[in-house]
Design a protein around this ligand. Structure first.
Ligand SMILES: O=C(O)CCC(=O)C(=O)O
Length: 278
């Protein structure tokens, strides 16, 4: 299944900050990944531990394979060039009928990354529809400055501190990004985005993967890590994450502890409290 961006999609990404839907894999293949995730959840009593939601490619071998998959990397290369680091992977799971939502935010405000060229991939492992709370974006907000955010700490907000853009959002301009199972969207981490509750009868399961060029620096945390997934990294600003030999590989799990803690330090830097959501 080819997933190379057209000239028009590349233009749209640079102009509006996003492109979708991009077919990555068939529903059968995506369902196999969903089953592997849900099998781990089942063994753990029904849920991932919040600490397993990020840097998850160190825990799930299939996710480490995915961040190196040409069906994902070829389009990313068209946007940021041929040397590519994967900084993070995050599970976004909204249970059927759940109130979980994501407030309007720009990731650039919280991630401590120096680059303007960070690209987020969001792959649907279950239907991401308006009903199930697919992502919405505000076209063009990736250019210009970072908008003012406030920490609101709502219980149902999936973001660490309920961070929300406090001014400058006109929902009338928002674009929904529905995805079928096995499709992905791409957005700039500077783009304002959000998502609503899941009013459908299925879980809404997405996994995001965040890619950046190797000249990027971590400017909030003292130490950080990334996977080199394509090309070379002449800068070595991030410690290279190990490739797990299998699910919950011992060395990768130990690295995950340190790497996900480093991410938490960055995400909660200057926050009034740690909500334990990641
Ligand atoms: O899954 C969602 O609804 C939000 C995801 C998100 O904020 C992101 O991928 O940057």
């Amino acid at each position: 299944m080819p997933s190379v961006l057209t000239e028009q999609q590349i233009k749209q990404f640079h102009r509006d900050g996003y492109a979708f839907p991009i077919p990555v894999m068939g529903a059968d293949e995506a369902n196999v990944l969903r089953k592997q995730l849900e099998e781990v959840e089942r063994r753990q009593g029904g849920k991932l531990d919040p600490t397993q939601r990020s840097k998850s490619h160190l825990l799930f071998k299939w996710l480490d394979d995915l961040i190196r998959d040409p069906r994902i990397l070829d389009p990313v290369e068209q946007l940021i060039g041929s040397n590519i680091l994967c900084w993070n992977t995050i599970f976004w799971i909204k249970e059927a009928g759940s109130e979980s939502f994501v407030s309007w935010h720009q990731d650039t405000r919280y991630w401590g990354l120096s680059s303007n060229k960070v690209v987020s991939v969001w792959l649907a492992l279950s239907p991401a529809s308006r009903e199930s709370g697919c992502m919405r974006v505000l076209p063009g907000t990736h250019v210009g400055g970072v908008l003012p955010h406030e920490d609101r700490y709502q219980e149902s907000n999936m973001l660490t501190r309920g961070q929300e853009i406090s001014d400058g959002i006109d929902e009338a301009d928002a674009v929904y990004m529905p995805l079928k199972v096995g499709e992905m969207s791409l957005h700039s981490y500077r783009l304002a985005h959000a998502s609503g509750p899941n009013t459908s009868s299925d879980r809404r399961i997405g996994v995001s993967m965040h890619f950046m060029p190797p000249e990027t620096q971590q400017i909030v945390g003292e130490w950080d890590s990334a996977a080199l997934v394509r090309g070379v990294d002449p800068f070595e600003n991030f410690e290279r994450t190990p490739v797990p030999c299998g699910d919950f590989d011992e060395a990768a799990v130990a690295f995950h502890r340190k790497a996900s803690e480093a991410i938490r330090q960055v995400l909660y830097a200057d926050a009034a409290r740690n909500t334990g959501k990641l």
